[in-house]
Structure formats: C-alpha cells, structure tokens
Design a protein around this ligand. Structure first.
Ligand code: 8YV
Length: 328
C-alpha cells in the first residue's frame, strides 16, 4: 500500500462516529443511501479500492474477487462471520481479510437467551394476543408455556458466543450440554458445568432446547438436516442466532407445522431477507430480523475494530483480526 491515505470503500452506512473517524484517517467512499450493493457495484468497488469494508449483505465471491484491481489488498469486513467472503480466492489473490470478533459476543448471547426464554414461554404469542384486543383476562389455563429451569440446553458451537450463552443459561437453571468440533478446555467445561457430546446426533435426541452458535462453513451447511432435526424430541425447541444456512429451513418449517418439534426462535434465515412464508403464519415461532448484535455500543465497537484493522495494515503491520481459512 502506498504512503498516501488508502481509498476505503464502505458498502453500507455505519454509525456516524465511525464514518467521521474513517473520513479523518482515510480517503473514504461511503454509502449514504445504505442500499445494499449489487454484484456489479461490488465489482466496481473492488476494481478501484485499496480497502473494501463489506458486511454480511455483500457476497464477495470468487467472481467479485477475480475482478479486484491491483490496489485491493484488504477486505476489512464489518462483522464476525466471514461466510460471505470467498477466503480461498482472496488468499490466492494475496488479499487479506479481517473481521470484528469479540465485540458482539455479549449482545448476541443476550439475544440468544431472549429467544431461549421467549419461545417456550410464548412471549410473542402473548404480545400478539394483547395487541389484537382479544385478551379477555387472566385464566388459570391460558397461555401456558413450558418451564425453562431444570431443562437441558444443547449448544452447537462452543466458541465465544456459545460460552457466553452457557453462562447466562446457567443463571436460569438450565443444564449445559454442547457439541463442538473439539472439546473446550477443562477449566471452561468445569466453570460452566458443561457436558461434551462428541456425537451431535446423540445430543440432539436428548435435549429440551438447542441453540445454534457455530459459524456457517462448508462443514456446517445444513448441519441440522432433515434427518438430524428428526432426532429431536417433539417437546424440544430450537434457537438460531448464528446463520440460517446451518439449518435446513424447509425441513424445519415442515417439522414446526407438523408439531414434530415444539417451537423455534430464529434471528437468521437461509436466504435472507427472504423467509419461508410458511414460517410467518406459525404461532410456535419467534422471528427476528437478524438483530442479534444490533446494539449501538456493539456497532460502534465493530466499527472501531474495522478502523484498527485498516490503520494497522496501512501502517505496514499485520492487522489484529486477520482471518485465515484454517480458522474455520
Ligand atoms: C453482524 C453477524 O451484524 O457479525 C456477524 O457475523 O452475524 C451480525 O451480527 C453482521 O454480520 C454485520 O456484517
């Protein structure tokens, strides 16, 4: 990268303080309208930029990377998940990739816990009842949900977010079970009193609530396939704040319709922003618009990480949040 300020192209609107600081530090091209970029616009951006700042709504695939100009040396993504970026193509072109890990852990875990509580306790259904004007008053048998305390929570993906979910869930009296590519450190296991299941199939068949907290990678695509979903108990619930692609959304919808599982809390979908229309009419689901990390504090912290990554790289050093294919 040359000594002059790098040209940074940002694909979506970021918090004001972040955009202002970026303009002070870099030559910055912003997206004031916040409209997601088309593939053609992304190609235009990578042809001219020194640094691209994309988000989860941009598909930085092999086709886009193949069109990158000689100046593009860094893709500093605003977000933790990097499944929207073809890491292999980036590496082959000598383009570095960074993300923003750590700063959205607690917010995402809070939202996961909110769904873990909301679905069995029928929170959204109750809210709809009140707003509809059809609530006739308290009754001993109306709006009965299921108790959280004493139930088994199975966490798929025991990274930062999975562990933060486990900490919260313990406070609500849930027992912690998890499946992960590898077993977590003994100290963490004992702090969380967590039981490791090497077999995801076995864990699924024994849990009351499943929470998906793993990244989407080729290995986790449809990890919860139709076959695996069928292993769950009909009284079990599923919560997903990770990526929609980890679950076969059509299979899940069919099972929810048939009450083969009790309910779902979804913040993410397989083909965002499209949602299987059949989900929209089900009472036993809580549907959120990918807002797990959507706090002002979190978004500013994410932006600060992006700035640090770009500045460190522009100054000739390895950026702190460099992502390697081998990490996934
Ligand atoms: C982000 C997320 O808001 O960071 C992630 O991986 O899923 C979201 O919470 C989004 O990715 C921003 O690009």
């Amino acid at each position: 990268m040359t000594q002059k300020k790098p040209l940074v192209v940002v694909t979506r609107r970021l918090p004001d303080v972040i955009e202002t600081r970026m303009m002070e530090l870099f030559q910055t091209r912003l997206n004031d309208g916040d409209t997601p970029m088309s593939q053609a616009q992304l190609i235009e951006a990578v042809r001219t930029a020194d640094v691209l700042v994309p988000t989860v709504t941009d598909r930085i695939d092999a086709g886009v990377i193949a069109q990158a100009g000689p100046n593009l040396r860094l893709i500093a993504s605003f977000g933790t998940g990097v499944d929207h970026i073809d890491l292999k193509s980036a590496r082959e072109r000598g383009i570095n990739v960074t993300n923003t890990p750590g700063v959205l852990t607690e917010d995402t875990a809070d939202m996961t816990m909110a769904l873990v509580l909301a679905v069995p306790r029928r929170l959204a259904e109750g809210e709809r009842l009140v707003r509809s004007g059809n609530w006739t008053g308290w009754s001993p048998t109306s709006m009965l949900g299921h108790r959280i305390s004493g139930k088994r929570l199975g966490i798929i993906g025991m990274g930062r977010i999975g562990q933060a979910v486990a900490r919260r869930a313990r406070g609500f009296g849930l027992s912690i079970h998890y499946h992960n590519r590898r077993r977590v450190h003994e100290e963490i296991e004992s702090e969380l009193e967590a039981t490791y299941w090497e077999s995801l199939d076995q864990m699924l068949s024994r849990m009351d609530i499943i929470s998906i907290n793993c990244p989407h990678t080729p290995a986790t695509y449809h990890l919860l396939s139709a076959r695996r979903l069928k292993l769950m108990h009909p009284h079990a619930y599923i919560v997903n704040t990770s990526r929609g692609e980890v679950v076969d959304e059509n299979a899940l919808t069919r099972m929810l319709e048939g009450r083969e599982i009790a309910g779902a809390g979804l913040d993410v979908y397989e083909h965002e922003p499209a949602i299987n229309p059949k989900l929209l009419i089900l009472e036993n689901v809580v549907l959120l618009p990918h807002m797990g990390s959507a706090t002002i504090e979190g978004r500013i912290a994410m932006g600060e990480k992006v700035i640090i990554n770009i500045k460190t790289f522009a100054d000739g050093h390895t950026p702190p949040d460099r992502v390697l294919e081998t990490m996934f």
